[in-house]
Design a binder for this molecule. Structure first.
Ligand code: COA
Length: 198
């Protein structure tokens, strides 16, 4: 029997899930061995309470999570911490959660460029389909608060040794909602011009 999938903005009541989600990150970093930052339950509660997180359920069971965070005084917004628990993988949940987090990031911060860093080729594909492109670390926020988040990753020494210019993650960046609207408009105008010339 198929179960209903629910993906929504996390609400204050969801703070009860913070311990579980935090434990998922720890388990995932052990399983993958490629480096994934861990997050404390307190940190996750802050994200949930500030309406900066997306949560997923399959039936009544907690299935996935992702959150956003604003940096450099609103110039950048990150999508971070995408995770789907083992029993619910390969059902398309990550794609849906990421899309919801991407829309949340853009809608709540229309002038901010959206970015993420990842070692996961699955996440790179999802990001590419949403309009992200790979960039060097220099094109991301230089806000210390963001890079502090990497300190629990097992590769943090590589990041610091390279003065935060490179690490094992791939950086990916998408235009802000405002930039995207402008690009779409420019493309429409170019298309219109080429149609007129035909
Ligand atoms: C990476 C992760 C979020 C993917 O979640 P998911 O819900 O299973 O992903 P989806 O079902 O949405 O799949 C997305 C695509 O990846 C593919 N995919 C998912 N898991 C895969 C795997 N283990 N091997 C190969 N392909 C895989 C799917 O087939 C799908 O491909 P499609 O676009 O061609 O249909 C999940 O495995 C996870 O939580 N891993 C641990 C934490 C992590 O690595 N997070 C990312 C940190 S940036």
């Amino acid at each position: 029997m198929s179960q209903e999938i629910l993906i929504r903005l996390a609400q204050e009541d969801d703070c009860t899930h913070a311990e579980t989600i935090s434990a998922w990150y720890i388990r995932s970093s052990q399983e993958r061995g490629t480096g994934i930052a861990t997050r404390t339950p307190e940190y996750l509660k802050k994200k949930i309470k500030s309406k900066n997180a997306v949560i997923a359920f399959v039936g009544s069971e907690l299935a996935g999570f992702c959150y956003i965070e604003v940096f450099s005084s609103g110039e950048y917004v990150s999508n971070s911490g995408l995770i789907v628990t083992n029993g619910f993988r390969r059902m398309g949940l990550a794609k849906k959660i990421k899309e919801a987090a991407f829309n949340l990031a853009r809608d709540s911060n229309p002038s901010a460029k959206v970015f993420g860093i990842t070692t996961s080729d699955i996440v790179m594909d999802i990001n590419s389909n949403l309009g992200y492109r790979p960039v060097s670390f220099g094109q991301l926020t230089q806000d210390e608060e963001f890079w502090k988040g990497c300190s629990s990753c097992k590769n943090y020494d590589i990041l610091t040794r390279n003065e935060k210019k490179m690490c094992l993650c791939t950086a990916m960046l998408a235009p802000s909602k405002k930039e995207k609207m402008k690009l779409d408009l420019e493309n429409m105008i170019i298309q219109k011009k080429s149609e007129d010339n035909e």
